[in-house]
Design a protein around this ligand. Structure first.
Ligand SMILES: [Zn+2]
Length: 381
């Protein structure tokens, strides 16, 4: 049986959702940009009593900077937030593999990612299928030289300075053909696993990538993106079946939803607004067993002052994410047990059969030719 880990991002000294948070995600830009932030990050790790620390390389910050038209530079000798001509509140983002590894030396994480340049989201919209594929290929090719060079350099420095830390390589590709190109170009640089950003992917796409990784002998995979019920269910099932050694994903939803006054369902993580304007049926009972909710009605939560409600919801949302992940894992012994669990908890009844059929196929056909699996998935969904 493999393991399933949820890494919580957005954790700070003032919003720790539990006395102990086993898996936390920190990133190079926010937590390692100067001496003070490194000291604070070290204190946070200690306070959270974290066991697994994922240090994200900052690819997401590169993506955000690019999206808002900011400048990205690449100079190992300059600071991460490099401000020459801007005010102290605006800066050029300066990230290199050297920054990532030096940050990792300070923080001592258990897992790091090689520096990557994320591909942007390109949806079909008004484009034809061919048009979308053309744009995606262009974007992939534009980022490929950076992704190859940075992966190779980060791995080289990793082996030199922090070889005991797990090293994953982010796969910045839209399809499996591009994955083959990237994998061939980076060659045998020595890594422990892959990570995949899933912004551009359906659950079926994620399954295809995971099967391909499995067939290539990859035992550890991290999913970069939102920890939805469906994605947690998929990873819990594949980990429980022993197809992978460790599967993980990261979650900001516990905090983001709380800040928007959203209570995540203890059954299937579906969000429900709970603020001064919400109408709450008096007969609706809060059946959550978390320490924050115990004995509290929805009306009482609704009437908390905003700052207290935020903290309450963060703790609640964190608890239900942890609890559901554990329950999904424990109920993934086989497809029948998972079926019973989903029917008792998952609100999207129409989705249950397609999800179960996808998971079952993944397990049953995982050793077949990937093109045959693609056809089978297409037919079934
Ligand atoms: Zn609760």
């Amino acid at each position: 049986m493999g393991k399933l880990n949820i890494y919580y991002a957005g954790i700070g000294m003032n919003n720790l959702p539990s006395r102990k948070v086993n898996n936390i995600l920190l990133n190079v830009v926010d937590h390692c940009c100067d001496e003070k932030s490194v000291i604070n990050a070290t204190k946070l790790i200690h306070k959270a009593q974290a066991i697994n620390i994922l240090l994200d390389c900052g690819g997401y910050d590169i993506h955000t900077t690019e999206t808002i038209g900011g400048k990205i530079i690449s100079s190992p000798s300059l600071p991460i937030k490099y401000s020459k001509k801007y005010s102290p509140f605006k800066y050029d983002l300066n990230l290199t593999p050297e920054h990532v590894i030096m940050a990792a030396k300070d923080i001592e994480p258990t897992l790091i990612m090689t520096l990557d340049y994320p591909i942007i989201t390109i949806r079909k919209g008004k484009l034809s299928q061919r048009g979308m594929e053309y744009e995606r290929e262009k974007e992939f090719r534009k980022k490929l030289p950076y992704n190859v060079e940075w992966a190779i350099k980060t791995a080289e420095l990793h082996h030199k300075y922090i070889s005991k830390t797990n090293l994953y390589v982010p796969i910045q590709c839209y399809n499996l053909k591009q994955y083959e190109v990237f994998k061939t170009q980076i060659g045998d640089i020595g890594y422990n696993g892959f990570s995949i950003p899933v912004r551009n992917m359906t659950l079926e796409d994620i399954v295809l990538f995971l099967i391909k990784f499995y067939q290539d002998g990859i035992k550890k995979v991290h999913i970069l993106g939102t920890a939805t019920f469906e994605k947690i269910a998929l990873l819990a099932f594949l980990a429980k079946q022993g197809i992978f050694e460790i599967l993980s994903l990261d979650a900001t939803s516990w905090m983001q939803h709380a800040l928007h006054s959203c209570y995540l369902s203890p059954n299937d993580l579906s969000p429900c607004m709970i603020n001064y304007n919400s109408f709450i049926d008096k007969n609706l009972k809060n059946n959550c067993t978390c320490l924050s909710c115990k004995g509290m009605s929805f009306t009482e939560i609704k009437n908390l002052v905003k700052s207290e409600r935020d903290i309450h919801l963060m703790k609640h949302n964190y608890y239900v994410t942890e609890n559901i992940s554990l329950e999904l894992y424990n109920n993934s012994k086989d497809i029948y047990t998972l079926n019973t669990y989903l029917r008792a908890n998952y609100k999207k009844i129409d989705m249950i059969n397609p999800i179960l059929s996808l998971f079952d196929m993944t397990n049953f056909y995982k050793d077949k030719d990937i093109n045959i699996i693609r056809q089978l998935i297409k037919k079934a969904t």
